[in-house]
Design a protein around this ligand. Structure first.
Ligand SMILES: Cc1ncc(C[n+]2csc(CCOP(=O)(O)OP(=O)(O)O)c2C)c(N)n1
Ligand code: SF4
Length: 263
């Protein structure tokens, strides 16, 4: 009989430590499926965050290089520049990338580093107990905003994808969610497209994935998905935010080398 469903080769046979209903497990699987389908397992390096996905190396069966909180894109830049033949991705939560990691991420996008960011937006600091993150919505209750996030004290939610879309070196940024089979399929397509943009040498690519943190939201997994679809998408609409992959001519490696040779 033809096998129609199996564990991806790029996913180790370990039991996820994530809470029930957490999006990280689904997103790990999607990344693994894409790596298998692109046939890049032997030449892919991932950089996990500080956050609940810090143990991603226990699950993804590719080389992984750990980075301190917020530094994943900087570490990935170093790896990619040393070994441009590798496919390099970071896997980061919103606290990791949109708070402490903002600066290096903005500059890496602006430089057009040829790497891929998987940005898991669950609107809070999951691992450390559900504190407010830059992405936390106005009014959202977290452990550090027990009365709800208010603009006067806490500022507005940060839309990192829109910020990075302005950068000259970003070529593909899409926001998706893992709340339903339809959205999960779209997320996988987006991850594949982001990896391909890197493999075509085009520039910085990122997929922002709206994901549930049922434990810290204090909602059931089903109600967490409902919250994303009914509330979160109003502020963070699911859409392709930037796509210049069709018109981009790719990085001019030759010009770079000629310029270096002149010195
Ligand atoms: C420099 C530094 N500061 C703070 C921490 C503590 N810390 C670990 S994980 C984390 C928050 C992670 O939240 P997020 O990136 O949103 O990921 P999630 O756990 O929600 O997936 C923090 C503050 C740390 N590890 N290193
Ligand atoms: S705390 Fe939240 S983000 Fe972390 S594993 Fe649990 S549900 Fe997932």
């Amino acid at each position: 009989m033809k096998q129609v469903f199996k564990r991806p080769d790029a996913l180790k046979d370990n039991i996820f430590h994530y809470c029930p209903g957490c999006g990280h497990s689904v997103i790990h699987r999607l990344v693994a499926e894409v790596i298998d389908e692109l046939g890049i397992r032997g030449k892919t390096v991932g950089v996990p965050p500080a956050g609940c996905a810090v143990l991603a190396y226990n699950y993804l069966d590719v080389d992984m290089g750990e980075a301190p909180h917020g530094r994943a894109v900087a570490v990935a830049t170093g790896i990619k520049r040393c070994r441009p033949d590798l496919v390099v991705f970071t896997y980061q939560g919103d606290g990791d990338i949109a708070a402490i990691g903002t600066a290096e991420t903005v500059h890496a996008a602006n430089r057009g580093e040829r790497l891929t960011v998987i940005f898991v937006n669950n609107g809070c600091y999951g691992m450390t107990g559900g504190q407010m993150a830059p992405t936390t919505l106005l009014g959202q209750i977290t452990t550090t905003t027990p009365g709800g996030r208010i603009q006067l004290r806490d500022g507005f939610p940060v839309d990192l994808s829109q910020m990075l879309a302005v950068a000259g070196g970003s070529v593909y940024i899409e926001r998706t969610a893992v709340t339903s089979p339809k959205n999960i399929i779209k997320t996988k397509k987006a991850i594949k497209k982001a990896f391909k943009a890197q493999m075509d040498n085009l520039g910085f690519s990122m997929v922002e994935i709206l994901s549930a943190c049922p434990t810290n939201w204090k909602l059931s997994p089903v109600d967490s998905c409902k919250r994303i679809e009914e509330e979160v998408v109003k502020h963070y609409p699911l859409m392709v935010i930037k796509d210049t992959t069709g018109t981009h001519s790719g990085a001019d490696e030759g010009a770079y080398r000629r310029n270096m040779d002149k010195r």
